[in-house]
Every structure is written in C-alpha cells, then in structure tokens.
Design a protein around this ligand. Structure first.
Ligand code: ZN
Length: 350
C-alpha cells in the first residue's frame, strides 16, 4: 500500500468540497491510494525523460468499478502529439472495457461511464497549493454525455488554508456549469436578455448595452445564414469577437466530417492581427447548430468550443470576456470565467 509508504493518516486528511459530500473511510482510503498510484506514475514519467519535464498521473474508475492508470504522453510539446494523463487513462479504461465486452444478445449494451477521475501532478506535496484540474482540451471531452455525466467526480490533492494536504472533491458540473445548456437557432431580436452575475457587473465597463447585445447577436446570426463551407458536417456555426469596439466574424469551415476550423479561433485571429496583438477580446458570440447531420441522423457535437475558449483565454481573452448565446426564449450573457471556472495554467520547462 502506498498510503503506508508515504505515511498518510487517511482519517485525518481534510476533505475540501464546495458542497456536502459523504465519503466513508473505506472509500477515502481507496481514493487516496489511487491518487498516490497516479503520483508514482507521474514521477516515473518524469524520470523516464518526458520532454515537457512535467509529470501528471490520472487514475480513472468506470461504472463497473474498474480502475485504469494513465500519464501524459508527449511526442513533441505541441497539441498534435500530446495527450494528457486523464485522457490517456480514459482511453486505457475504454480499451480494457471493450476487450471484456462480448455482445451475447441484441439487448446487451456496452455500458461505459467514467465515475471518478483521480488526478495528480508530480511535485512536492507541500507545493500543492491548488489542485490539478483538467485542461480545456480534456474538458472538451468531459463536456459530452456519452461516457461522462454531471455526477462524474474529480479527486485531487490540495493544501487547505492551514497548509494541510487535503482531498479536493469536484464534480464535473462544477468545472462545466453550462454543460447541459442547449442553444437555439431560432433568432428574434426581442428575446429577454439574461445576465450572469459577472456579466451584470462588467457590462457597463465594456459598453455592452442591450441594444449592442441584440445587434451583435443579429450580425452573428446573419453571418450564420451566409455560411458556405460547412456542408460536409451540415453543422453551421458562426462566431463574432468584439475587440477595441470592432466586431470580427467567422464561420465554421469543414475540411472533412471530422476536421474543421472553429470560427472562434479564426475571428479571434482577425481581431488580434488588427490590434497588433495589444488588444483584449472583450466579448464573443456563438450562433449556430448544436448538431451535425449525417444523412438524416443528428449527432449532437455541440456549438461552443471549450478548446477554443481555453486557447483564447491563455493570452488575449480573460475570465471577464463576455459570451453571448442565443437560447430558446432568452439571450444569455455570461463570461468565460463563469463558463469555465478553472483555468489550466500551461507551464512547460522547455
Ligand atoms: Zn488535459
């Protein structure tokens, strides 16, 4: 047992959670042990010479109570050939579950859900001031409902306010509070505008009047209507970005059914170039289809790109950047910080 090796007194490890959570001693012991397994794998990954110099470990548990470990895989430092520990573990669990699945009858369903994700970074325990959170690439996986749901729990170590190593528990809905939100393509300028708490506070600072909001949404809607290059997926998505008082627009462009250009990154690039990189992105608006269509079947692939929001927030957008979304009976005005409450900090040594 790693708990003995690291001399952990499980009974006295505090639990940090935003809500009441019941974890009995046996479950707590199991989770701490699984976190330590992830910690050791992350350590081995660094010792093996991982090129990023960062070691993460994840231990995931399926609804069938099967545990699988994974670590970050980095062929290069860029996203094309890198995969995080949690996705690595999820893939391992998925492959294992499939190998153990045999379809004996038509009624038999492949039942695969991730119920726990235990995440750890290999750093000194006394430096774990904040817990590890999934990056926005991983969150884009976790934002889907096929293999994850609102109850999926994420466990990590974190120092509490007394600097005592604690067990931090977060549910997926805390990291992705809008994960069940459905947008609409039914446009009307007269819908009521609903402001989130933070949007309400900052709307005047960036000159976001109700007239401006309706106008920005309408222009994004017109961009959506003029979409020409997403006929492979049959999923039209338009995006606009407000920066320095100017609006920039882009539509989704399909390369294949699987590959496409997300309009947020394209519109943001235009805005950044125009401002010579010295400007902030004040607001963004997505308008479009939640689903792609293959023949007549609909696939709910989502409208808002979590990865694109994660990318723009690293430098040009902030947690206060506003997000406008068209819902069935209202226009939602929220902010990136509320859409994605935890920001993943990139931190390569090389
Ligand atoms: Zn990640």
């Amino acid at each position: 047992m790693l708990i003995q090796k690291y001399n952990f007194d499980v009974k006295n490890i505090p639990i940090i959670s935003d809500y009441e959570i019941e974890i009995d001693f046996d479950k707590k012991t199991l989770i701490v042990e699984k976190l330590l397994e992830a910690y050791e794998l992350a350590k081995t990954n660094i010792e093996s010479g991982n090129i990023t110099g960062r070691g993460f470990g994840a231990n995931v548990c399926t609804c069938g109570n099967d545990w699988t470990l994974g670590t970050n895989f980095n062929n290069t430092r860029n996203e094309i050939s890198s995969i995080c520990a949690e996705r690595s573990a999820i893939l391992g669990a998925y492959n294992k579950a499939l190998q153990n699945f045999s379809k004996l009858s038509d009624s038999e369903k492949f039942n695969f859900k991730i119920k726990y994700i235990c995440m750890c970074q290999y750093i000194e325990f006394q430096n774990m001031k904040t817990s590890v959170v999934p990056c926005e690439d991983c969150l884009s996986w976790l934002n889907t409902n096929r293999y994850f749901d609102d109850d999926t729990l994420i466990f990590a170590f974190e120092l509490d306010k007394n600097n005592v190593l604690s067990l931090k528990v977060t549910s997926l809905i805390d990291l992705l509070p809008y994960r069940n939100l459905i947008t609409s393509t039914d446009f009307s300028k007269n819908k009521k505008i609903v402001f989130s708490n933070n949007a309400e506070k900052i709307k005047n600072k960036i000159g976001l009047s109700e007239i401006f909001i309706r106008d920005m949404l309408e222009k994004t809607y017109n961009c959506y209507l003029n979409s020409k290059f997403s006929s492979i997926s049959n999923q039209k998505i338009a995006c606009s970005v407000l920066s320095n008082g100017k609006l920039f627009f882009a539509n989704k462009l399909d390369w294949t059914r699987r590959w496409f250009l997300d309009p947020l990154e394209v519109a943001a690039k235009e805005a950044i170039e125009q401002g010579n990189g010295n400007n902030k992105l004040d607001a963004i608006c997505y308008f479009g289809d939640e689903f792609s269509i293959n023949n007549t079947a609909k696939y709910y692939d989502g409208l808002v790109s979590i990865t694109a929001i994660g990318r723009i927030r690293q430098k040009y957008a902030t947690c206060d950047t506003v997000i406008l979304l068209n819902l069935n009976d209202s226009i939602l005005v929220t902010t990136i910080g509320e859409y994605l409450p935890k920001k993943f900090i990139q931190g390569y040594k090389i």
